[in-house]
Design a binder for this molecule. Structure first.
Ligand code: PNS
Length: 173
């Protein structure tokens, strides 16, 4: 039989693959948490990194988003939560992160995600691993959730319970 050729990629060449799930998480949804949970099953260590972006703020402060993510991810031993500003690839280099993990909901996500993945690979040689969103989350986005909640719609099936409660408080309900 021909010798088995082993792949020397991310999963085999590192003893401790450490990945980052970056985003705005304003607020974190069940779609985000599904991707983080699945990344935590595939990789040794996952850092969920909230972008500090002065151009895109509200309704939750970065500290509030970190707290919500910490509560929602508290059951996962290999997941930590952090914030970052500046370039994602610089954050990765400073923290010994091997790869970026992103969820893909639909083809419409792909074009921009591919651009960012290629830019990040070009800047720093850091690859992006895409995890397909679960079908029940393919329509879900933080901005739609905020819009529906603002007009009184029920978003409790789309968010962790503590995020639903925090959003209701923000909206004065
Ligand atoms: O949840 P979002 O807003 O879609 O997340 C976008 C995010 C944070 C992943 C992206 O904007 C990002 O990486 N920003 C950091 C700045 C940076 O590195 N920009 C160049 C990306 S190619």
């Amino acid at each position: 039989a021909p010798p088995v050729r082993r792949c020397r990629g991310l999963l085999r060449s590192r003893t401790m693959p450490h990945v980052v799930c970056p985003g705005s998480f304003d607020p974190p949804t069940l779609g985000h948490l599904d991707i983080v949970r699945r990344a935590a099953q595939l990789f040794d260590r996952v850092t969920v990194a909230v972008l500090i972006n002065p151009d895109k703020s509200g309704p939750f402060t970065v500290d509030e988003r970190l707290d919500l993510l910490r509560v929602a991810g508290s059951g996962w031993a290999n997941v930590t939560v952090d914030s970052f500003d500046g370039l994602l690839v610089d954050y990765c280099r400073r923290n010994g992160i091997d790869a970026i993990v992103k969820g893909l909901r639909a083809v419409s996500d792909f074009e921009y995600e591919l651009q960012m993945a290629q830019m990040n690979a070009g800047l720093a040689g850091i690859d992006t691993v895409f995890i397909p969103a679960s079908p029940e989350h393919s329509f879900l986005s933080s901005s739609l959730v905020k819009q529906v909640a603002r007009y009184g719609g029920d978003v409790s099936a789309l968010l962790p319970a503590q995020v639903t409660a925090a959003l209701a408080r923000k909206l004065g309900r």
